[in-house]
Design a protein around this ligand. Structure first.
Ligand code: AMP
Ligand code: ZN
Length: 468
């Protein structure tokens, strides 16, 4: 088996990765702050994490992924206070939208989606431990802060010069109860707004609520132990969020918090050319309204390496849509074929090798996509010969479903398995039309359309094709 290599922000190099226990990759992915539906930029990060977990499984490992939901923070409290609601009333519908958007994009379920508000005791215990070790202190305002100069490794992930951090001490003067301006809040003393919106809990330091960084440390260790394999997020999280998570967790346990730190670059949505045709595609709802399929968005995101910035542009989306059409046509052709040529066995083996090697080499999705397209071109060439070799066809199908199973450009399963079933539904529809039961024939059409099957009635009968 080939090595799996991944860029580690901690070492600034592409390093070989194996799960610590040899079997299961334990990964933590910082999740959304649920006060507004996540935007397409957030979803670029969640898609790269989805691809990473699928690549781990392709490599033969199990995955235990935790994605937190930040359901208490300043913005949520502000929104709740404005509307006279509790934070739960603000976050509940947003969490539902998050999961439905995620499913639309075929982002696999993580094993656990813990909510911050369900883990207050774990957070309080972590702060107590830091207090006991003398790394945290209670300030006059009733909040508890982390003393960064009592953790020697502070700054090791973002490689900020600690002295520079400390010299900033007099810059920010609003929070003069802190010992050092760069100390960050672990526990924030409750304000009236917090009480009113049910964002305050009891603690040994009085009523209050957790800081954002604390949530992730406590939940990551609760579900994945003191040391996990991979911790992911967007680049903006390197500092201060992940730096502070390390300070809290390692400060408390004295053990390495995460063996790998993996960060995805930003999706830029402010390209000037955006305005006209793509309009303001800010959320998955906008995407759906504009007819951008999950397949197109996945292909678009995977066209660029996760460590490079990506511009959301109409041209890039068009190119992705065109690529998706080719993959879809090929999937249909494979499903309908009755045989191929013996050469397909070799072609399939090469494609599978090239795609997996690319994914195992720092998750190189664009190269893997290239391997898929090369495979389609070569396999189409063989299928054009109209052979009847079954092992060749089987190899091509198997490889296609392996590669597509990771990139998930066309929905898995549907394509290869349900052609017969669709034909049967169409026969039923024909029958309904013959008996002038149009309500029933319309219902069947709607059902098939809902599954991404487009039906065309012509003079020679009904044809169908997959449109997503
Ligand atoms: P948030 O809800 O702001 O905590 O962000 C959730 C995730 O989305 C984090 O991993 C962020 O780093 C990531 N993120 C935020 N903005 C973008 C963007 N424009 N492109 C890619 N990822 C982003
Ligand atoms: Zn986090």
């Amino acid at each position: 088996m080939s090595e799996f290599r991944l860029y580690n922000t901690m070492t600034r190099s592409v390093d070989a990765l194996t799960p610590e226990d040899g079997e299961t990759v334990r990964m933590y992915t910082c999740g959304p702050t649920v006060y507004n539906p996540a935007h397409v930029g957030n979803f670029r990060t969640f898609l790269f994490e989805d691809l990473l977990r699928r690549a781990f499984r392709l490599r033969g490992w199990n995955v235990d992924q935790v994605m937190n939901l930040t359901d208490v923070d300043d913005k949520i409290i502000k929104r709740a206070a404005e509307k006279g609601l509790t934070i739960g009333q603000v976050t509940e519908p947003v969490i539902e939208i998050f999961h439905s958007d995620r499913r639309y994009l075929r982002i696999e379920d993580a094993e656990t989606y813990p909510r911050a508000t369900d883990h207050i005791p774990e957070m309080v215990a972590l702060v107590e431990e830091l207090m006991k070790k003398g790394i945290a202190y209670k300030a006059e305002d009733g909040s508890v802060y982390y003393a960064i100069d009592r953790f020697a490794d502070y700054g090791k992930l973002s490689r900020l010069d600690t002295r520079e951090i400390k010299s900033g001490a007099r810059v920010s003067q609003d929070d003069y109860t802190k010992e050092n301006a760069q100390d960050f809040a672990l526990w924030k003393a409750a304000k009236e707004e917090d009480e009113k919106t049910e964002a305050a809990w009891d603690s040994p330091w009085g009523r209050g609520r957790p800081g954002w960084h604390l949530e992730c440390s406590a939940m990551a260790m609760r579900y994945l132990g003191h040391t996990m394999d991979v911790h992911c997020g967007g680049v903006d999280l390197v500092f201060p969020h992940h730096e502070d998570e390390i300070a809290q967790s390692e400060g408390a346990t004295g053990e390495t918090f995460s063996r790998f730190w993996c960060h995805g670059e930003f999706l830029l949505t402010d390209g000037s050319k955006m305005a006209k045709r793509v309009g303001n595609v800010a959320t998955v709802a906008d995407m759906r309204a504009q007819g951008i399929s999950a397949a197109a968005f996945r292909a678009f995101v995977f066209s660029t390496h996760y460590r490079k910035q990506l511009n959301l542009s109409p041209d890039a989306l068009d190119a992705a849509t065109e690529g998706v059409r080719r993959v879809g046509d090929f999937a249909e052709r494979l499903a309908a074929a009755r045989g191929g040529t013996p050469a397909l066995v070799q072609i399939a083996a090469e494609a599978e090798r090239d795609a997996s090697e690319a994914l195992f080499d720092d998750l190189n999705a664009p190269i893997a996509m290239g391997a898929l397209f090369t495979f389609i071109r070569r396999a189409n060439g063989e299928l054009d010969k109209g052979g009847s070799d079954v092992p060749g066809l089987e190899a091509a199908r198997h490889t296609f479903s392996r590669i597509n199973g990771v990139l998930d450009i066309v929905p898995e399963g549907e394509v290869v398995d349900d052609a017969d079933e669709i034909e049967a539904r169409l026969a039923e529809r024909r029958e309904a039309r013959q008996t002038r039961d149009f309500a029933r024939s319309d219902a069947i059409r709607k059902e098939l359309e809902g599954r991404g099957i487009e039906i065309k009635d012509g003079p020679t009968g009904t044809s169908w094709k997959r449109v997503r």
